[in-house]
Design a protein around this ligand. Structure first.
Ligand SMILES: Cc1cc2nc3c(=O)[nH]c(=O)nc-3n(C[C@H](O)[C@H](O)[C@H](O)COP(=O)(O)OP(=O)(O)OC[C@H]3O[C@@H](n4cnc5c(N)ncnc54)[C@H](O)[C@@H]3O)c2cc1C
Length: 662
């Protein structure tokens, strides 16, 4: 048995995983990163539109600060987010973006003087200040009050990941590519690393570590059409679930992005609408202002996706042999703007649709895009229930997105949470608590169990075809656990997935019995895990009898704060269970800086919690008193919901902005 010892095992080489590894190395500890692919090919490279940070450099960002970013994030989350975590995030995002600039990300910059922009379908002139010249600029994005989304053309994730990977190399982070974690090693409530399978040779390797971080990204590929890379299969969430000890949070919170191209589902960034692009129906009519007169195309993503679906249901979609779709019109932006700021979109349109978006409208439809749920953690990134297991990035439910993430807040989360979690892990490594105490015999046991499972798959005869089961799962998720949900469909989805789960115990690997590089074997064990993840989503959605953010129940259209202001917690304590165990974690209104309110879209259908009014009165009284006494916004914030002490000392400093005297 091959055993590799390290201080920290990081499963995942995307933005989040690499940022954790870099921080750990800077603090003088060892880190090994596992990745299915070379890190630069991780899904993070696909991020297009940008990263949110309240720099307030450009004209349309003026007046922005942490308070505005915080309020947008909480409203966007439909009050599902952890407000302390969101505060920590908005405070650190400006630091993270400047750090990335220092590491080589070529952020697009402010140019002094006049430039043209399209706002609400009209050409306007914006004049940038002299003193802002050369600072990082930002574009508009959905659900934000200010232009806050910083970008490098529409290849933001690409440039962030390349800079991050170079930095990791500079810090001599050890990366083991094409090694897949297939189970976590744990004993007595403590995690000690993972069993990984070499995807080339088939060899199993035990990685034994003091701390383990899962940064494996989202689980979009449990749906049949997704903007996610094909490796976003939720294996990180699955191996946490399979410990029976670690828990997952809000798995039913799945985001659909309004503008993926039809039929393949590749994304065209929200930056298209942020820069002035419009949504049109079969008659070329701009319909969003009718539904959302205020934010129009730039309402929150969940809202735009629902409005588009509603509009298509009214017969206003464009018929095609791939089903109905709508149009995204960016011709209005002009060729020069598209070739400079939306060049990936241009290439996607040329290569996958054979059209020129400077001339032609783009066929789009809402498509699965982002996983708000994930491994439930404390604010330190550590699992609430399995010591030594950490998680961050899209893999985690940290939980700053609640039931809907704002565009641009995800790549920002990866680097901010990576930066913070690496500090908390390093503190843990510096303490006696992190001492390794697991017998090699027990490590061997974990490897043996995995070997036996693989052997069983390879020796099975007359079994099930994993490809058939997986396709069935994807269709169930797409058709019954989609943008609009209802009790009947969700019950059917749970029943059908439960049946698939039973059948998945009987999978046979057809085509090749090779133990080494064997895609059929990989698909077999991943399908077993993906079905479990799909069950956590469908079951959580069935039980949540309200609508919140991206979880929209047609049979329960209200956001029901009175009964559902809580996080869904899922576990799988006994491997013989056919569905997961679900419990709930209350979200405490009495500690909220921003008590639950109306998000500002459509009609207010909220069933309020009895404590909301009480908390509003407390918050207003504190604000009035401190403002009378001349307290600044930091003092007010600190009185409402202190969080600064939770941050590592080096990140507590105030952010500076042009014209703001701090
Ligand atoms: C098309 C698209 C565009 C987007 N644009 C934006 C945007 O403009 N702004 C924004 O904020 N967000 C955007 N997002 C979301 C954002 O890109 C992701 O949420 C984010 O990059 C996730 O980063 P991560 O580090 O958590 O995971 P990933 O980048 O997905 O990395 C996961 C890593 O885990 C590894 N891995 C997975 N499973 C295993 C395993 N079992 N064993 C070992 N390694 C494993 C993979 O190899 C990979 O290295 C976009 C998403 C999509 C789909």
């Amino acid at each position: 048995m091959k055993v590799i010892y390290t201080d920290v095992l990081i499963i995942g080489g995307g933005l989040a995983g690499l940022r954790v590894a870099t921080g750990i190395k800077e603090r003088g500890h060892d880190a090994v990163v596992l990745s299915l692919v070379p890190p630069k090919r991780s899904h993070s490279a696909a991020a297009q539109g940008g990263m949110q940070a309240s720099l307030a450099n450009c004209k349309m960002g003026e007046g922005d600060n942490e308070d505005v970013h915080f309020s947008d994030t909480i409203k966007g989350s439909d009050w599902g987010a952890d407000q302390e975590v969101a505060r920590m995030f908005v405070h650190c995002a400006p630091k993270a973006i400047r750090e990335l600039a220092h590491w080589g990300v070529p952020w697009s910059r402010v140019h002094r003087g006049d430039h043209a922009a399209i706002i609400n379908a009209e050409k306007v002139t914006i004049t940038e200040k002299d003193e802002a010249h050369g600072l990082i600029t930002a574009r508009d994005f959905g659900g934000t009050k200010k232009w806050r989304t910083c970008y490098t053309s529409d290849g933001t994730g690409h440039s962030m990941l390349f800079a991050m990977d170079n930095k990791a190399k500079q810090e001599k982070v050890e990366v083991h590519e094409r090694l897949e974690a297939i189970s976590l090693i744990h004993e007595n409530g403590r995690c000690y690393g993972a069993v990984a399978r070499n995807l080339m040779s088939g060899e199993l390797v035990a990685y034994v570590s003091k701390a383990t971080t899962v940064a494996t990204g989202g689980y979009g590929r449990i749906y049949s059409v997704s903007t996610n890379a094909i490796i976003c299969q939720g294996i990180g969430q699955a191996i946490a679930l399979e410990t029976g000890v670690a828990t997952l949070g809000n798995m039913e919170a799945i985001q659909f992005h309004p503008t993926a191209i039809v039929p393949v589902g590749i994304l065209t960034t929200e930056g298209c609408r942020g820069d002035g692009g419009l949504l049109l129906d079969k008659d070329g009519y701009r319909f969003m202002p009718d539904y959302e007169p205020d934010k129009k195309e730039l309402a929150s993503r969940d809202v735009v996706s629902r409005r588009m679906t509603e509009h298509m249901r009214k017969g206003k979609g464009v018929k095609s042999r791939y089903g109905d779709h709508l149009w995204l019109d960016i011709t209005i932006l002009g060729r020069e703007h598209i070739e400079k700021n939306l060049r990936e979109v241009k290439e996607i349109c040329e290569n996958f649709l054979g059209i020129d978006p400077a001339v032609d409208w783009i066929p789009v439809r809402p498509t699965q895009h982002y996983s708000m749920g994930g491994i439930r953690t404390k604010y330190t990134g550590e699992s609430q229930t399995l010591k030594g297991l950490y998680s961050c990035g899209e893999a985690a439910c940290w939980d700053m997105h609640g039931f809907n993430r704002l565009g641009g807040n995800s790549v920002s989360e990866t680097v901010v949470s990576g930066m913070l979690v690496s500090e908390y892990i390093s503190d843990y490594l510096d303490s006696d608590e992190s001492h390794l105490s697991i017998h090699t015999a027990n490590v061997e046991k974990f490897v043996r169990i995995e070997q036996e499972k693989l052997d069983a798959l390879l020796s099975k005869e007359n079994g099930e075809d994993a490809y058939v089961l997986r396709r069935a799962m994807e269709e169930i998720m797409m058709n019954k656990v989609g943008i609009f949900r209802n009790g009947d469909d969700l019950q059917k989805a749970v029943d059908e997935l439960e049946e698939l789960h039973k059948r998945s115990k009987n999978i046979e690997v057809f085509r090749s019995k090779s133990r080494a590089a064997n895609p059929a074997l990989v698909n077999a064990y991943r399908t077993q895990k993906m079905i479990k993840v799909a069950l956590t989503v469908a079951y959580g959605a069935l039980l949540r009898t309200e609508s919140r953010g991206a979880h929209s129940r047609e049979d329960y259209p209200e956001r029901d704060d009175a009964n559902w202001l809580k996080r869904t917690i899922t576990s799988w304590p006994d491997e013989n269970q056919s569905i997961p165990t679900v419990s709930y974690e209350e979200i405490d209104i009495s500690k909220m800086e921003l008590p639950p309110g109306f998000r500002g879209y459509g009609k207010d259908l909220t069933k309020h919690h009895p404590d909301t009014k009480k908390r509003e009165d407390v918050v207003n009284a504190i604000k009035e008193k401190l403002e009378e006494e001349g307290g600044d916004r930091f003092e007010v914030q600190n009185c409402l919901m202190p969080y600064i002490d939770k941050l590592p000392k080096k990140y507590r400093g105030t952010n500076e902005r042009l014209g703001e005297n701090v």
